[in-house]
Design a binder for this molecule. Structure first.
Ligand code: BES
Ligand code: MN
Ligand code: MN
Length: 460
């Protein structure tokens, strides 16, 4: 049995080493999207394997897939005890644009009590919390329940091979609950736990006009310019109330009750601070919903990238042949990403003028997910947060997506507890990503205590 006193003491004694080890992991540029970093992704998997072994885990394996490997480890102490399956990812987003980093993305430094490096919060720092919490339990009387770890290297590119892996390894992955630290909390003095994740539908579109680039003076105004057309088409996807205009888009959206909305708005949120942090004069979004609601419970549509024509130095007068964009839609229960992608495709093709041809190519997607809160595991997590952070965590709704989580439910029948320790100000996916030293260290304590409370609750 591990207590708060023991976790606190062990942390003080091992703090520097815990940081050093994370720094070593952060120095490995395990960018899953870019083939250039394939060997580094592998190196990060091998690093994880070594650390699980050092911490006393068994059956430690680097499982090869068609893409990047999955690291598995476990410690089974008694088949009659409950089992926690920990999921996380050791891959990271590309560090571009490099020039906006104040320090090297893969050379971690501590600045203002935060660890600055690509992957510090998403998800290496948060994932490594679980490895060190495991070590802490092992060194303080052993783990109180069975633990399995599944750490993947393809979360940032859609987890395709993890889906295959979980389908093929249902027995090996048998557990009572999944625990994930890959979301954020409101603030260090306002602990919170995410209870929902958005789904995702991601598509790429291409608009083609004339068969070649043309002189924009000779042909301009007489032939459709694909960039102009694409901009008009994209602009029409939202109406003046910022509602998505794709027919059927809202059909399956579950509206929250007035009580549920009131409850989620109890979370501390200051619109002034929000605007100040982003240096914007005003926010905008769907009419009749506030900022928290727009981010947490409403489906959205955004252009993630748009290109075409001449973008180099100086001016080149050209009417381009093609224009492209990447478009994401974030989904909420009970929207289905396959259906939404199809609705998008049909609609987008139907609004194209005859003067151009359009192609719509769907990318990866995922279903939305909601964590039930009336479970022993959720209560154990709440209790652990309260013990370490001094307050009961508030349930929140996340705008981000972890597509594999709904598949954990469908394929393994398991719910996921989202014990996130990041902050929105960590700038994940952006230059100068960071993760609070306090968040890292307190996260380790919280996770260790969660296992303790979870095994106590379940035995009753
Ligand atoms: N950890 C994030 C998801 C996240 C971020 C959830 C913040 C809640 C709050 C995850 O690594 C991620 O970036 N997911 C992607 C989806 C994936 C298919 C690329 C996302 O949400 O864009
Ligand atoms: Mn992540
Ligand atoms: Mn991410």
């Amino acid at each position: 049995m591990i207590t708060k006193e023991e976790t606190g003491k062990y942390l003080q004694q091992n703090k520097q080493r815990f940081l050093d080890e994370l720094f070593e992991l952060l120095r490995i540029p395990s960018v899953s999207a870019d083939p250039k970093f394939k060997a580094d992704v592998k190196k990060a998997a091998e690093f994880m394997k070594a650390k699980f072994e050092e911490a006393g885990a068994e059956n430690v394996e680097v499982c090869e897939t068609k893409g990047h490997p999955i690291v598995y480890a476990d410690k089974i102490i008694d088949p009659n005890l409950p089992t926690v399956l920990v999921y996380g990812h050791y891959d990271v987003q590309p560090a571009d644009p490099y020039e906006l980093w104040e320090s090297e993305p893969f050379n971690p430094v501590i600045k203002n009590d935060k660890i600055v490096a690509r992957g510090s919060a998403d998800d290496k720092g948060q994932m490594y919390i679980h490895v060190k919490a495991f070590e802490m339990m092992m060194k303080n009387g052993g783990v109180p329940c069975n633990i399995k770890f599944m750490i993947e290297g393809e979360e940032e590119v859609g987890s395709e091979n993890l889906e295959v892996f979980i389908k093929e390894n249902k027995e090996k992955l048998k557990a009572d609950v999944i625990v994930i630290s890959d979301t954020s909390m409101i603030a260090n003095d306002h602990p919170s736990m995410a209870v929902s994740l958005k789904g995702l539908s991601y598509l790429e579109v291409e608009v083609t006009g004339p068969n070649r680039d043309l002189h924009s003076g000779v042909y301009g105004g007489a032939v459709a310019n694909p960039i102009n057309v694409l901009c008009r088409m994209i602009a029409s996807l939202q109406d003046e109330n910022k509602r998505v205009t794709i027919p059927g888009f809202y059909d399956k959206v579950l509206e929250l009750t007035a009580e549920e909305r009131a409850k989620m708005n109890e979370a501390p949120f200051d619109l002034g601070d929000f605007k100040k942090d982003l240096n914007i004069e005003d926010v905008e979004g769907e009419e009749s919903y506030n900022t928290l609601e727009r981010m947490g419970i409403r489906p959205t549509l955004d252009v993630n990238g748009i290109w075409g024509g001449y973008t180099g130095e100086g001016a080149k007068t050209v009417l381009p042949s093609k224009a492209n964009a990447k478009i994401s839609m974030r989904l909420v229960p009970d929207q289905n990403h396959y259906e939404i992608s199809e609705l998008f495709q049909k609609h987008f093709e139907s609004i194209a003028p005859k003067s151009v041809k359009v192609k719509v190519k769907p990318h990866h997607g995922g279903m939305p997910y909601v964590t039930p809160t009336d479970t022993d595991s959720y209560k154990a997590a709440e209790k652990a947060f309260e013990k370490v952070w001094g307050k009961m965590p508030i349930p929140t709704r996340e705008g981000g997506s972890i597509p594999i989580v709904s598949l954990f439910k469908d394929i393994l029948g398991l719910d996921s507890i989202l014990m996130g320790f990041g902050l929105n100000s960590d700038a994940i996916h952006s230059p100068n990503e960071s993760f609070g030293v306090e968040n890292y260290l307190k996260g380790i304590e919280t996770v260790a205590l969660f296992h303790q409370y979870f095994s106590e609750l379940d035995r009753k």
